[in-house]
Write a protein that binds this ligand. Structure first.
Ligand SMILES: Nc1nc2c(ncn2[C@@H]2O[C@H](COP(=O)(O)OP(=O)(O)OP(=O)(O)O)[C@@H](O)[C@H]2O)c(=O)[nH]1
Ligand SMILES: [Mg+2]
Length: 306
């Protein structure tokens, strides 16, 4: 029975409407090692979770990211499944989540919500925002993982212990996915269901603010993985600005007016833009060499010195 080797980790902040039922659901699926890491809820979340027999940890810092990192450092289960406590994920999907780990096919499993979600599960522009972030991610990291913002995850011990999450809030899912790609973990995506939030439970996610933060995290961290993408975007912005001022300069010149400062600015913008591409190419080379070295070191650690 491998189920007893699995910890179910649920980060919570004021989830009293859903937490008790969620814990009961996991028990009836045969998973009894349930850990709730709570962000100082002001409702009855902690009491309800304790009453259902879960281990409750009060997080030391703030935000979902900090809570999850703290739990990863504290726990020692062979397998860890993580999911939100807001009742939007189903306990019955846990079997599909852990199967790739048990069968040794993967070390990090992502539950894909996009293939089967309830109407209203992605309110407003959330679905569009989600798809846009996934597109940005696949361009930056050259891997299409379908639903990188999914909160339903499963990991082996080695994988969750290797995470060093620095971002405190809702960037946690993107950050752990990026670290897994960097560390060459085998990732598998499995389809799961996604339900809408109960009307009595309030979201803590601010689609605009958090969406922007997540996008920024993906872009900024791409500097260390795909520098051509990072510098290429800056370079393109420079060149496009240079072309705009250039069109203006030519237009004025055709009318018999010479705009010297604007001409200098145009040349500078276009030259700086091309320089960004050169920087991107050089950094790409450095990153590939570094990755190759790291891969060799990991191989040596795994199979011993040869
Ligand atoms: N420990 C802890 N948990 C948090 C914190 N903020 C949010 N959570 C929990 O993290 C999970 C995800 O938060 P949600 O508000 O559902 O965010 P989301 O799922 O991205 O957004 P929705 O699509 O609106 O559900 C929930 O179980 C929250 O209770 C926090 O600061 N600390
Ligand atoms: Mg949620």
């Amino acid at each position: 029975m491998k189920e007893k080797d699995v910890c179910i980790l649920i980060p919570t902040l004021n989830e009293e409407t859903t937490i008790a039922q969620l814990i009961r659901d996991f028990r009836s699926e045969g998973f009894n090692n349930i850990v709730v890491i709570d962000g100082h809820s002001t409702d009855n979340t902690r009491e309800l979770a304790k009453a259902e027999g879960a281990r409750v940890i009060l997080q030391k810092g703030k935000g979902k990211g900090q809570a999850v990192q703290e739990a990863f450092e504290t726990l020692d289960c062979a397998y860890l499944v993580m999911l939100d406590g807001d009742g939007t994920y189903l306990a019955s999907d846990v079997h599909a989540m852990v199967a790739p780990l048990f069968e040794g096919r993967a070390e990090h499993v992502i539950g894909n919500r996009l293939s089967n979600f309830e109407k209203g599960a992605f309110p407003g522009f959330n679905l569009m925002g989600n798809k846009l972030i996934n597109l940005l991610f696949s361009m930056a990291y050259r891997q299409n993982l379908t639903d990188i913002l999914s909160g339903y995850r499963a990991f082996t011990l080695d994988v969750y212990k290797s995470f060093d999450l620095k971002r405190m809030g809702f960037e946690v899912e993107s950050e752990m996915t990026i670290q897994s790609i960097k560390l060459d973990h085998s990732i598998e995506v499995v389809p799961i269901s996604y339900l809408s939030r109960k009307s009595s439970a309030r979201t803590k996610l601010n689609p605009l603010k958090d969406g922007f933060r997540i996008g920024k995290t993906i872009y900024v961290l791409a500097r260390f993985h795909n520098p051509m993408f990072y510098f290429g975007i800056i370079g393109t912005l420079f060149i496009v600005s240079g072309l705009i001022t250039g069109i203006y300069v030519v237009d004025q010149w055709l009318k018999g007016i010479t705009r010297i400062p604007m001409t200098v600015l145009t040349a500078l913008l276009i030259m700086s833009g091309f320089q960004m591409f050169v920087l991107g190419m050089l950094s790409d080379l450095m990153v590939s060499m570094h990755m190759e070295t790291m891969r060799l070191l990991r191989k040596r650690d795994k199979y011993g010195k040869q």
